[in-house]
Write a protein that binds this ligand. Sequence first.
Ligand code: C5P
Length: 253
Amino acid sequence: MSDESRPAPAPHTPAPTAAVIPAAGRGVRLGPGAPKALRALGGTPMLVHAVRSMAASRAVSLVVVVAPPDGAGEVQGILDAHALPERTDVRVVPGGETRQESVRLGLDALPPEYGVVLVHDAARPLVPVDTVDAVIEAVRGGAPAVVPAVPLADTVKQVAPAGVPGEPEPVVATPSRAVLRAVQTPQGFDRELLVRAHAEVTDEVTDDASMVERLGVTVVVVPGHEEAFKVTRPLDLVLAEAVLARRRLNDGF
Ligand code: C5P
């Protein structure tokens, strides 16, 4: 067979990628008011910023938003009222009592063709698209679990928590800051691996990568971004407004 008559090799088609956004938390540390994901930043709900930040990646074709258990209708209404890229499908499902449960319910809603899944906190509304793309690229490149992370500014101490709130706590260790990273989202996974982790790991954890670690699978870190910080306390809202104002100024020139 001559070279010309041989069928061309199938072009490499990367695995379709979906993002799950857990947004069912109450956000009590932010103070009284609406659920955290529905609070406004620059006049737009934090959740809408988070959905846009995932949809900004051309690789992401589906975003599953996990709403408060009794708030799926309200969340759908909020998303319908804001402009989102047409090429991205956005669906809303009701969440659960814990973040883990909410993520699992989001994973249950993924159609079978999605081979790569990102999990992104609604509470990190301003993550830049380059960070999202770096995570996706690393998963598509063969890493089964990828987290964006940044070096720590503060030294971290491990303490023996005092029994009484407000009492001084003895320090028991100071891990070397050079080997510590503060982990952000979106965290990216081979979809089957993350589904298995959510089925098998029952310990309470604070991120999805920890569940994969419990299965003995290596998680890798790619550079995160200072603007991917989590809006947790009232001061974080001030910082987020400042980041948005700076972006608007830069976009205007
Ligand atoms: O509470 P924390 O800031 O760690 O929450 C991280 C993310 O998990 C938030 O986006 C929050 O809305 C979400 N979450 C959830 N379901 C819960 C608790 C938290 O989707 N039951």
